[in-house]
Design a binder for this molecule. Structure first.
Ligand code: KG4
Ligand code: ZN
Length: 338
């Protein structure tokens, strides 16, 4: 079974070809144009997707050495995301499906981030606990099977990626700030400045208090020394990064014990963070459990994760049709038959 998968939920136009669960190509066209605005501009993102989608799909086909007529199903990210961006992927997929008379498979972006762990070997076993940390979401997901997943905890306000991006903005760094904070933090001392680590019950996360405390901290320090940020940027980045990672690990640790988990992983854009990756490995060693850290190309948004999810949905007979439509905020529906 050969599937073409499209991902266009935010500012990356992505296409992937998968054949019987083996990813043959994974192409991403990033939209650098948003950097000058300090964040993703939805209308610009939609227009860029329209320009990128045909070339990206063509390159994905070429790299996979697959002809269009060999494609047997087309998958697209249905939710959540920017509605204009999602619509481009949905319209392309529907047109493609109609032209080739092949079925459509709709994919939930957050389920796909988790299933990115099943693209390559070694794969986790179930039950598998995944911490999904992206620009828009922070979730602890308990997976009993490929399609049987339950969110056991999530953020009540900002996402972990947002905490990185908003801190970067306060420090005058360009968007997206996460990778830059990660880089600068390598030269800094994480113990230099202390920020609050939130510890909510029910595996909930909150990052808005951290954002406010960083804002007041910087304002006060700048009053004493106008060059405070420039002179302390590495230590600030290291301290903030440490606080975000410790906040993430607090609920994860609790859930591992309470659910008696032996397989854990991280997913989403923030799983590219070097401290988070190192801390998860260390946590695994400390608790004697198996840890899974995705390859960089499968951390941030990509279509290979949409393709692998479509593969499992196809195997379960979970097809959609031309009436399917994207949704900016669709809630996660458990479609498994378990
Ligand atoms: O999953 P993703 O590519 O897109 C969404 O679905 O949101 O995640 C993007 C987020 C951004 O907030 C970005 O700053 C963050 O991932 N990010 C990082 C790193 N690389 C990307 N955050 C911290 N450290 C990194 N190395
Ligand atoms: Zn994402």
């Amino acid at each position: 079974m050969i599937i073409l998968a499209i991902e266009s939920s935010c500012d990356d136009t992505c296409a992937s070809i998968i054949s019987d669960g083996i990813v043959l190509s994974n192409i991403i066209a990033s939209q650098n144009i948003h950097q000058q605005y300090g964040g993703v501009v939805p209308e610009i993102a939609s227009r860029a997707h329209i320009q990128n989608i045909v070339p990206v799909v063509n390159i994905a086909l070429q790299q996979a050495q697959i002809e269009i007529h060999q494609i047997e199903a087309v998958a697209y990210t249905q939710a959540p995301g920017l509605i204009g961006s999602l619509l481009v992927g949905a319209c392309f997929a529907k047109g493609f499906a109609q032209a080739l008379n092949i079925p459509i498979i709709t994919v939930h972006h957050l389920q796909a981030h988790v299933l990115a762990h099943f693209i390559n070997d070694p794969k986790p076993q179930f039950p598998f606990l995944c911490l999904t940390v992206s620009g828009g979401h922070t979730q602890l997901v308990l997976c009993n099977d490929y399609l049987n997943m339950k969110i056991i905890g999530e953020t009540i306000d900002d996402a972990a990626g947002e905490a990185f991006d908003k801190t970067a903005k306060m420090l005058g760094l360009p968007y997206p700030g996460g990778p830059l904070i990660d880089k600068l933090a390598k030269q800094g001392d994480y113990k230099k400045f202390i920020f609050p680590i939130s510890k909510l019950s029910n595996y909930q996360y909150t990052f808005s208090g951290l954002k406010t405390s960083i804002l007041y901290f910087l304002e006060n320090k700048k009053k004493e020394n106008p060059n405070f940020i420039a002179e302390n940027i590495a230590d600030i980045c290291a301290s903030v990064q440490y606080t975000i990672v410790e906040t993430l690990l607090y609920n994860l640790r609790k859930a591992i014990k309470e659910y008696n988990i032996k397989y854990i992983g991280i997913a989403g854009g923030v799983s590219a963070n070097s401290l988070l990756r190192k801390s998860i490995e260390e946590l695994g060693k400390e608790l004697g459990i198996n840890t899974f850290v995705p390859e960089f190309q499968f951390c941030t948004d990509n279509a290979a994760m949409i393709a692998i999810t479509a593969h499992y949905k196809q195997q379960a007979g979970l097809y959609s049709d031309l009436k399917s439509s994207p949704s900016a905020r669709a809630v996660w529906q458990d479609e498994s038959k378990n």
